[in-house]
Ligand binder design. Structure first.
Ligand code: C5P
Length: 290
């Protein structure tokens, strides 16, 4: 990290999410798509370090990421300041990046959510959770979920959330195949299902805000982006095969890709699968819900 004047005044953890199934229901008049997905935050995370500064600014451990006003973190800061205009100190935010980008793991969205949370905390919590969530929705469809994380059914364009209670232990092996997928490209390619019935949708409509048992959910997992992303990027299908051979009981893709995750109900077996994928040269992460 470059040398920063002054002491760190605050730190936020920006957790990644995975989509446990994802159905695209319809294209909307505003250009977005209505979807149905269960989102789960995991312990793979970026860190946001806050320092006092004359002006709001951003630095990042990954030189590939823009630190200009187009970065979602600085867009979150600007949006927060447009809503909370009481004069206060500026902040230098240093973003330590660990979540792969263009990976379907909501990395940029998690960073934006963490920036909103951090600024609200540092300013004495002037904005209530509902206002913060509204601002989050203006930054991206996944950002409202990533404000609080956990497990939730997400509908609408992703911002209509029903919290769920996860039952049982589960281990995830996340593998980034090394290709970035643009979310806008994937939504531009996807064909919403003509029939709005599927075992996954039957399962999610039976949840009504209650407990979700992994075994029942995992038997109906499907992701409407998976086939088209694998067709355009055969490496994604290869990774899925390697994950299965390494012992994952079920494999699926997160969001619009490219990350593939394997589900394993045993910690040792999950760690072995993670090490096996790492030995093949893939960026692999052993994760638990967080
Ligand atoms: O909301 P977010 O900025 O993350 O979305 C990126 C792009 O993905 C949007 O511009 C849109 O093209 C597409 N998208 C969509 N329907 C959603 C979420 C995203 O069409 N529910």
């Amino acid at each position: 990290m470059e040398s920063l004047a002054g002491e760190e005044v605050h730190r936020e953890t920006a957790r990644a999410k995975i989509n446990l199934g994802l159905k695209i229901l319809r294209r909307r008049p505003d250009g977005y798509h209505d979807l149905c997905t269960i989102m789960q935050s995991v312990d793979l995370a970026d860190q946001l370090h806050f320092y006092r500064a004359e002006q709001d600014q951003l630095s990042c451990s990954d030189p590939a990421l823009s630190t200009g006003p187009d970065n979602l973190v600085l867009r979150a800061v600007a949006l927060f300041r447009s809503r909370w205009t009481t004069p206060g100190p500026g902040f230098h935010i240093h973003l330590a990046k660990h979540i792969p980008m263009g990976a379907g793991l909501g990395g940029g969205s998690a960073d934006a959510a963490a920036a909103l949370r951090g600024l609200n905390h540092l300013c004495g919590n002037p904005l209530d959770p509902h206002t913060l969530s509204t601002l989050a929705g203006q930054l991206g469809s996944d950002v409202p979920f990533l404000l609080a994380g956990g497990t939730a059914l997400a509908q609408g364009r992703g911002e209509v959330l029903t919290p769920l209670c996860w039952e049982g232990e589960v281990f995830y092996v996340l593998v980034y195949p090394g290709v970035a997928v643009s979310t806008a490209w994937a939504y531009g390619q996807v064909k919403p299902s003509l029939t709005q019935s599927s075992p996954y949708l039957t399962f999610t409509s039976s949840l009504s805000g209650g407990r979700v048992a992994g075994t029942a959910l995992f038997s109906v997992l499907e992701n409407d982006f998976q086939e088209l992303v694998e067709r355009a990027n055969p490496i994604v299908a290869e990774v899925r095969t390697h994950l299965s051979l390494a012992g994952a009981q079920i494999c699926s893709m997160s969001g619009s890709g490219s990350t593939v995750y394997g589900i394993v109900d045993d910690r040792v077996a999950a760690l072995q699968a993670h090490q096996g994928l790492g030995a093949r040269g893939y960026r692999s992460f052993f994760c638990v819900p967080a």
